[in-house]
Design a binder for this molecule. Structure first.
Ligand SMILES: [Zn+2]
Length: 490
């Protein structure tokens, strides 16, 4: 990328709210991927003339929770409007959305990037409804499209940043941080596979040391973090190339073609939609009472940043691991449960195991931490076995993987494989090394000639193996280790 230009990026996130029913009717919210098309619809969400919408209180409450979590200013009065356009997945011919008077204004999310803490300013947060879904198909009769209105009218929350993001890293940190908050307060599943979180990005390039922004390109319908990052990078490169060659970037709306890895122009500034917004005549203004806001504020859980800071101060975790554990509230809870198991292992060791082997296993199989059949007690047992030298690290990881896939008890797996310390020379050596390190003063005394202490070391080692090891073998191992350290020290 040319160093002459800085990207200026704004993000719009559309999050499906976790309501029981749709935004303006009593139709249940269903998983549209597995539900028979057009089975959760009614006159309101299918746009029948004369049907009257009603505001969903739960949707407003979830929107308010998000606004409070993001320190946004909640408007005591907001208004729904009609955004008029025609599309086959929009049976009413308009979408109900908040326009001039949104639910909340301002707010911010502080994220961490490699250059430190960065505060991303928000512009607004508003409520709206989703559209239906079109499926394009073809058979020997020709091409045709199918409409499913199960999604039409599902409550969406749109969260819009100011154009204050300047790198892909910041975009990534903001979107994962926002997703974490949505999940913590149970406002949205944040499940991108199911389209519960979608993005739109606007990008322009600003000449360094120049305050004037370049022409803005809007990328629509980005359905995953990966697609969003690729699309933004593509636009940054494309616009930089045009500017470097002395050209001008057209203001336009583009779509992301994931298969070919490029953006495609959808419409230029001249073709921009005029949605002819006007206030929705069938809905009253939305009035939010101060007392309602207060009670919602009190009900908010500990948020990701606060949890991360607590993990760092209470458990002495490093910033990196604390942040990784706090992205998902289920993972953070799981970590705390393992810590509470009181096995003689440190929270940092537990964090290493969860963000290392456990995450790798879950990612490979696309499982959440709640879907693996391994309780906090079992994980804490395995970590103790390895970290305290009872089995080798390689064997411990093998036991963990088998326990995660079969649900079998690790004690049984260790026995079946013969991974126990008595059969495992490497593990025995680790245990002896740890023992000598921990008993530094005895080791020193031994080396200065108090050789009778050798028997004391053997006794300690026998205790750790519950008396099952061969004392003669242990004595040799300990003597060799102590002598080797003497040689090393000289
Ligand atoms: Zn309905």
């Amino acid at each position: 990328m040319s160093t002459q230009y800085t990207p200026v990026i704004g993000l719009e996130v559309h999050a499906e709210l976790l309501t029981r029913t749709k935004m303006f009717c009593a139709c249940p919210v269903v998983d549209t991927a597995i539900t028979k098309p057009n089975t959760s619809i009614c006159p309101v969400c299918s746009g029948m003339p004369g049907a009257l919408p009603v505001i969903n209180r739960q949707a407003v409450e979830l929107g308010l929770r998000v606004a409070l979590a993001l320190n946004s200013n909640i408007a005591p009065f907001s208004l729904f409007a009609r955004k008029n356009y025609y599309y086959p997945d929009l049976p009413k011919g308009y979408q109900i959305s908040q326009y001039e008077y949104p639910l909340a204004l301002g707010g911010a999310l502080t994220v961490t990037t490699s250059s430190g803490a960065e505060t991303i300013q928000l512009r607004r947060i508003h409520l709206e409804e989703d559209t239906g879904k079109l499926t394009h198909a073809s058979d020997n009769q020709g091409k045709y499209s199918l409409v499913d209105l199960n999604r039409a009218g599902i409550a969406l929350l749109e969260i819009v940043t100011e154009p204050v993001l300047h790198s892909l890293e910041s975009v990534r940190a903001y979107s994962t941080g926002l997703r974490a908050i949505l999940k913590y307060i149970k406002a949205s599943s944040g499940d991108m596979e199911k389209g519960a979180m979608r993005f739109e990005a606007n990008i322009s390039m600003m000449k360094v040391n120049d305050l004037e922004l370049g022409k803005r390109v809007e990328i629509k319908n980005l359905n995953s973090f990966r697609a969003m990052e690729k699309a933004i990078q593509y636009e940054i490169d494309r616009q930089t190339r045009i500017l470097d060659q002395g050209g001008l970037v057209d203001q336009e709306t583009v779509g992301w073609d994931d298969t070919n890895g490029r953006t495609i122009s959808q419409r230029s500034k001249e073709e921009a939609h005029d949605y002819r917004y006007f206030p929705e005549p069938d809905l009253p203004p939305l009035i939010v009472e101060e007392s309602w806001i207060d009670s919602i504020r009190l009900s908010l859980p500990e948020l990701p940043l606060a949890k991360k800071m607590r993990f760092i101060s209470t458990f002495e975790l490093n910033d990196y691991h604390a942040a990784l554990l706090c992205i998902d509230p289920d993972v953070a809870d799981y970590f705390e449960q393992v810590v509470q198991c009181k096995a003689p292992v440190s929270p940092q060791q537990i964090a290493n195991w969860i963000t290392g082997d456990v995450f790798a296993y879950c990612n490979q199989r696309e499982l959440s931490i709640l879907e693996i059949p391994i309780t906090p007690t079992v994980l804490s047992y395995i970590i103790d076995q390895v970290e305290n030298g009872k089995i080798s690290r390689a064997n411990g990881r093998q036991v963990l993987i088998e326990a995660m896939s079969s649900g079998n008890r690790p004690e049984q797996l260790i026995q079946e494989h013969g991974y126990g310390i008595l059969e495992d020379e490497a593990a025995l050596t680790t245990m002896v090394n740890n023992l000598i390190t921990q008993a530094a003063s005895e080791a020193k005394a031994y080396r200065s000639g108090k050789v009778s202490l050798l028997e004391w070391f053997v006794g300690q080692a026998m205790q750790q193996t519950h008396g099952k090891a061969d004392p003669n073998h242990l004595r040799e191992l300990i003597r060799k280790t102590l002598d080797k350290q003497v040689t090393n020290n000289q």
